[in-house]
Design a protein around this ligand. Structure first.
Ligand SMILES: [Fe+2]
Ligand SMILES: [Fe+2]
Length: 460
């Protein structure tokens, strides 16, 4: 444990050093002090461990083959370093043989100049040639066939959760005993997978099923909340609780008559009065379950608060403005985003993901927590998975994997070529031509609901 704490401190300070040297000269006293600090920290580690190998795989850092988990105070530093490494196509940095401050300085200079190079990795390797204490290696892509297998596991876990949430609502309706242990297991398996395969899981939430909105919605809100919680550095135990509370957030809808719930046209004022009672009904449903469990208390708080809004302008109306639960504020964002991008909700037409985000931005500080929203946007990207985009090559595509290092350059499934023919190829918008120019860029987003596009076909 002690070693992991040391490693996290090393990576954090390395990130601070790089960021500082991007704004100050390398001779600046702040930079000089940081070079000494980082060198000292690394040597202190190498004294006992001989080698420190840091790998960036997908979104995660590993040190000497152990996945690093860090708290929120380190999040920005880790995010920053991950972006800078990806920009340079570097996936591995190895420290060994004790370093001198000159070694750290050489590494820093190489790293900075690689940032302006057309072939950053080569620049970096050339500059570090002959150096034995610090070496780097290329960023490894997660293998395609491995990705395919993971896709199957993610899909199975997701649909498992959907069918569970369907059964759950029916049981609550008929007052049967609910298997809380099973609910916990399902959420735990989602948390585990989201920690490893966040992008694939977010992709599943972008597919909207029209017939079974309520069940998909519960699962989507749970997935989005867990993913956001992960960004905030919540512990695994906390993520399990959050995921469960999110899965149960609309449980009160079991009391809403099915004719209202599935009404294809707009609600009347009376119908709205009934709909707006579902937070209170949720508390009742959760606290009177035949199988009580402590986690249901926290879930009932989330059920009660999820439409309250950040500034209490929502419902139910409360007399005392107590501080809202963190989980409620997370679920509110996930809930609004999923509701807006789904079709079967209060008879609305689904909004394209980027439109939904811009509406959420309008609601920042009034309906939703502004800081949490920032993390949420960082997570789903400028062009969320499922967005339909027009490229400068006149090709039409669907965003299928976001790229935190380049938020405006996600991976795209091209579904129509420039002459209007249907195709299906995957491209990465960070690809450049021989002159170093980007091959493709996004010109604008389109509303996929206007094109007869089956998102599931491209995202699964
Ligand atoms: Fe709700
Ligand atoms: Fe909801």
């Amino acid at each position: 444990m002690e070693e992991l704490r040391k490693i996290i401190e090393i990576i954090s300070n390395l990130a601070i050093l790089i960021r500082t040297s991007q704004v100050h000269d390398i001779k600046n006293v702040a930079v000089v002090n940081l070079i000494e600090k980082v060198t000292g920290l690394i040597n202190n580690f190498l004294k006992d461990e001989k080698i420190l190998q840091i790998d960036l795989v997908g979104e995660f850092f590993y040190a000497n083959d152990t996945r690093l988990k860090y708290s929120i105070e380190h999040l920005l530093n880790f995010d920053f370093l991950s972006r800078e490494l990806k920009k340079r196509n570097i996936g591995t940095v190895i420290f060994k043989n004790m370093l001198g401050t000159e070694d750290t300085k050489t590494f820093l200079k190489a790293f900075l100049s690689a940032g302006f190079s057309k072939d950053p990795l080569k620049t970096m390797l050339d500059s570090l040639k002959g150096m034995t204490s610090i070496t780097v290696d290329r960023l490894k892509r997660v293998k395609e066939d491995e990705a395919l297998d993971m896709r199957k596991v993610v899909k199975k876990t997701y649909f498992n959760a959907v069918s569970f949430s369907k059964g759950l609502m029916n049981k609550i309706k008929t007052k049967e005993a609910v298997n809380i242990k099973k609910a916990k297991r399902i959420v735990e398996s989602m948390v585990d997978l989201i920690l490893e395969e966040e992008q694939l899981f977010l992709g599943m939430t972008a597919i909207k099923d029209y017939d079974e909105y309520t069940y998909h919605h519960s699962v989507n809100v749970s997935v989005l909340s867990i993913a956001l919680g992960q960004r905030l550095g919540l512990s695994k135990k906390a993520l399990n609780e959050l995921g469960l509370a999110a899965l149960f957030h609309d449980m009160g809808k079991v009391e809403v008559p099915i004719e209202i719930l599935n009404k294809p046209t707009a609600f009347t004022e009376d119908e709205w009065l009934i709909m707006r009672k579902h937070p209170q009904w949720g508390v009742k449903a959760l606290l009177t379950l035949k199988t009580p469990d402590p986690v249901l208390v926290r879930s009932s708080i989330v059920a009660f608060e999820h439409h309250l809004h950040y500034n209490y302008s929502g419902y139910p109306k409360v007399r005392v403005r107590h501080e809202q639960d963190l989980y409620s504020r997370i679920v509110t964002i996930a809930d609004q985003y999923d509701a807006m991008t789904s079709s079967r909700v209060y008879s609305r037409v689904p909004l394209p993901p980027d439109k939904a985000l811009s509406i959420l931005i309008d609601r920042s500080g009034t309906q939703v927590d502004p800081l949490l929203l920032k993390f949420f946007i960082n997570m789903v990207g400028v062009y969320p998975i499922g967005s339909m985009v027009l490229l400068n090559t006149n090709e039409l595509g669907i965003v299928y994997q976001s790229n935190p290092a380049f938020p405006d350059r996600p991976r795209i499934r091209i579904i129509m070529d420039s002459s209007g023919r249907r195709t299906d190829t995957t491209v990465d918008l960070t690809e450049r031509d021989a002159e170093g120019r980007f091959i493709r860029s996004i010109v604008k987003t389109l509303d996929y609901t206007k094109y007869k596009i089956n998102l599931a076909e491209y995202l699964m």
